[in-house]
Structure formats: C-alpha cells, structure tokens
Design a protein around this ligand. Sequence first.
Ligand code: AMP
Length: 403
Amino acid sequence: MSKFEQQNFNKEKALIRVDFNVPVKDGKITDDTRIRAALPTIKKVLNDGGSVILMSHWGRPIKDMAKKPELTPADFSLSRIVAHLSGALGTEVQFAADCIGAEAADKAAALQPGQVLLLENLRLHKEEEKGDEAFARELAQLGTFYINDAFGTAHRAHSSTAVIAQFFPDDKKSFGYVMEGEVNAAEKVMKNAEKPFVAIIGGAKVSDKILIIENLLDSATDIIIGGGMAYTFFKAQGGSIGNSLCEDDRFETALNLLEKAKARGVNIHLPEDSVIADKFDAAANTQLSDNNNIPDGWMGLDIGPQATEAFVKVITASRTILWNGPMGVFEMEKFQAGTKAVAEAVKAATDKGAFSLVGGGDSVAAVNKFGFADKVSYVSTGGGAMLEFFEGKELPGIAAIKK
Ligand code: AMP
C-alpha cells in the first residue's frame, strides 16, 4: 500500500495542487485527461471524510496578457472548468474568484467534510511563478494538509508546487496518486533498471536531448537514436545527409557522445537507413537511402527497414525500456512506419515482462495515435518534468515533499 493510500484524511482540509491546465476551445474543454487523472486523489480525501481545496495554473496569463492587451483575466479563469469538474466528480464544486484573500479564506474555512473548493488560476498572481514565500504562506493557510499531484509542473520551483511545502510538517504533506505513479515509474527506470536497459531517444533536435543521453550513459545498456536528431551524427562523421535536419553547431557534441559511450561500454544504435522524401510534405515522393549517402534535395523523414529491424531486435531483448521522442515524422502516414514498429516492439517486450516507460510529449502522442497507450507499463503525463528527471536533475516539486 502506498504512503498516500495509508494516509487518513478524516477532518483534514487537503490543499491539493493539481494540473488542470486543460485545452479549452470556444469555452469548452477539448480534452479532460488531466481532470480525470486527478479524480482518484480527490475522491480518496473525500471518502476518508476530508474536504478538498484545489489549486492549479491555467496557461500563462501574465506573459500572454502583456503580449496581447485584448486578453483579460477572464480569458484565463478556471471558473470555466467548474461545471465539468463537478460532473466528473459527482459533487458540486465551489469556486473562489481569487486564490488568496478573504473570499478564498472564508470559503476554505467554511468547507465541510465531503465538500470541494476550486481556487482561481494561481498564475494570475505573478508571485506564483516567482516562488514567492509570502504568497505560498497565504495559500498554505487555507488547508491543514498539502498534497502535490501535479507532476507536469514538478520541475518548477513555484509557490504552489514547491515553496508551500515548508509550511506543513512531514506528516501533513504527501504526493497524490498521479505524482506517486510518475515518481515510482521514473525511479524504477532511473535507479533500479533491470538490464538490459534500452533508452530510445528520438525527435527533432540533438540539442534538446543531449543532457538526457549523457545522463543515461551511466545506466543504459543500449541507446537507440532515431528521428531528425540522428542526421547530425551522420554528418558529424563525414556522411552526406542531403537536406535532412541538422544542427551544424552540434557536431562536436555528437562526436563526444559517441566517444563517451564507447569508453563506458554503452551501445549506441544509429539508424542505418532512412525513408527519404523530396520535400517535407505528406504527399512527397519517397525512396530508401542509407544514411551516409542521402542525395541533395532529399531529406530523411523516417527510419528505414534495416534500421527498424535492428532497433526492434534490441528493444525486444530488453528488460527495461525508456522511450522519448518519435523515430520520424509520424504525424504523416508515409513517415510513421518506424515509430509504429518501435511502439509494437515496446509492446512485445512489455508482454514478455519488460518494464516500459514512455515519456515526453511527442512519443506519448505517438503511442496514443497508434493505440499502444495501455500496452506499455507506464505513460508519463509530464513532458518537461520527465525530461528533467532523466537529465538527472532534482525536481523541486519532488524534493519539497521528500525532504
Ligand atoms: P521532439 O519534440 O524533439 O521530440 O520532436 C518531435 C518532432 O520531431 C515530431 O513532430 C516529428 O515530426 C519531428 N521529427 C521526427 N523525425 C524527424 C525528421 N527525420 N525530420 C524532421 N522532423 C522530424
């Protein structure tokens, strides 16, 4: 039983930091995954006989309002999600039009067991993102117990995600189910990976993934590099990559990585071949090419069949799998085969008992698109937070509760 599960919230007023940064179009929520993800944590507190005060951010109001004067705080109000949240929870949710101040304090004080209060968007106060202590203290006074269930912002040292925790004693703060699940999955891969451990790293840019690859050199058995970032490695070694994506200022970084991997006995797998296209377009002409000889005017947009076969072999022989970033432009049908084959291989390995964690925006989008989300061990919801975790950084939102 997890620590959160064991906790009894009877008569507690649980101040829960959730991530309700849901997509909204024309006033309607278009994807309520994040709201649904938070329900078990909220229900646990209510079922124990506690009450709940929910706090979240939505968008980037201060930055956006500075850029577009026609925007007002109402455009960022969490009041728009109250009805949806009430329906999902099966309990009427109250709302405080400011996350601090008299209204929030009065409504929080009046909450009875079983009742839920949602606070207005935290980021309407600039203090939130600054990690202001006085602001955090004022939020803290609303509840008797602090729960952080917002993994997506765990890499930010904001008032509500990290700074606030100091105002609660150790036995009055914890992760919720979402955070617990994310942290357990990430730690299982990062600290207790059963070998062979393969990291599959793809996506557009080497520069975005350097730190994660470097950190994984300490723990991975194999690192597969696919997607647009692979071509920088080929050109750095003297290959011709045509018009494929390339970061010319990263040649040294790429060569260094290959050397470090060799020195540490980590196998780096670069794709041997590619599906190349004569333009970046869903209707482009395509052919196959080896990655050292891509003709001018052509670009690699997916891994080719030889690379796919080699990658699948490594993945299916692994006991732990971390996947971040697609193998090609999977959004277009002509360039999705490599990413799809990798998803299938991750599923096959998982079926054989491997632990597989898919994290980072676009690989999550890919497993969802191909219907593999429930066929891997864990799909992380926190893109930036997960990336920083695997870069080896301490996440303030985790440290604040664990310390
Ligand atoms: P990232 O956010 O860095 O993980 O990159 C994901 C994006 O990289 C996706 O939108 C893919 O379409 C894109 N991508 C993957 N492979 C390639 C490639 N070979 N050329 C151009 N873009 C790519």
